[in-house]
Design a protein. Structure first.
Length: 261
């Protein structure tokens, strides 16, 4: 799975290569280690997140991992304060509390405090912390440069990091079925090329708390896709959680619009 993560990030890097080269030429810079440096730490953090999440999500119940990964809005205010001295507003606090309440309702029926899965819960929690920090750093490290000049080296670093970690455990040169290849392409194109790039761009133009709250709406899309693809009917708690998370996000967005002159 670490090799698959590496291939995902490499596919993304090649997808953006022409945009990267275009903006590199326009900037008049050379591709040196000093130029790539702002993308190194976030790239490593992204790689650690992917690795730890792959292990943690398989060691913990789905409800536990879902709840834990959606706690990003809880830790994001601490990161943005440490990095940028930004404080969470009262409107953001209310919206965050409502949205997190929805996530808790979603996971409550299946959440389990079990010693056998406790390690998985811890790994998922640490993975969430790495993910939130990687997201928070986007505002500082990509500011003042083209998005592509930041994101392409970031995916390269993240992919190489995953490959290096994976090499002692398995060889990437193995047989991949057509289904495997399509799955890798799908993971690279949709959640990574679209998802992570939009997320990094959003951190430059939107408040960090708004981005983290809207990001947890992914479980809504997952539920809709599960219905159409697998025929899974969402539970009552899914609808309650959806309403609360959307309400929380709307409160935060409206509060930001009110603050904007």
């Amino acid at each position: 799975y670490l090799h698959v993560t590496y291939f995902n990030l490499e596919i993304e890097r090649f997808s953006y290569n022409s945009l990267f080269i275009r903006d590199l030429r326009r900037s008049g810079n050379r591709l040196t280690m000093r130029f790539i440096a702002p993308s190194v730490v976030p790239g490593i953090l992204l790689g650690i997140h992917f690795i730890s999440w792959i292990f943690g999500a398989r060691m913990a119940p789905a409800a536990n991992s879902t709840l834990i990964v959606n706690l990003i809005p809880v830790v994001m205010p601490f990161y943005v304060y440490m990095l940028y001295k930004e404080r969470i507003s009262s409107g953001e606090l209310v919206g965050t509390a409502i949205a997190i309440g929805g996530v808790i309702i979603l996971a409550a029926s299946d959440f389990s405090f079990d010693r056998s899965t406790f390690l998985g819960d811890i790994v998922c929690f640490l993975s969430m912390l790495f993910y939130a920090l990687y997201t928070a750093l986007a505002r500082r490290n990509s500011k003042g440069r083209s998005l592509w000049l930041y994101i392409v080296p970031l995916y390269l670093v993240g992919g190489l990091f995953c490959l290096i970690v994976a090499l002692p455990f398995a060889s990437p040169f193995t047989h991949y079925t057509k289904v495997d290849i399509l799955m890798v392409l799908g993971l690279a194109l949709i959640p990574t090329i679209l998802g992570h790039t939009i997320l990094n761009r959003s951190m430059l133009v939107l408040p960090a708390q708004t981005v983290s709250l809207i990001n947890i709406l992914q479980f809504v899309f997952a539920g809709v896709l599960a219905y159409f693809i697998f025929g899974e009917l969402p539970s009552v708690s899914f609808y309650i959680a959806t309403v609360l998370v959307i309400a929380g996000a709307v409160i935060v967005i409206l509060f930001q619009r009110k603050k904007t002159p």
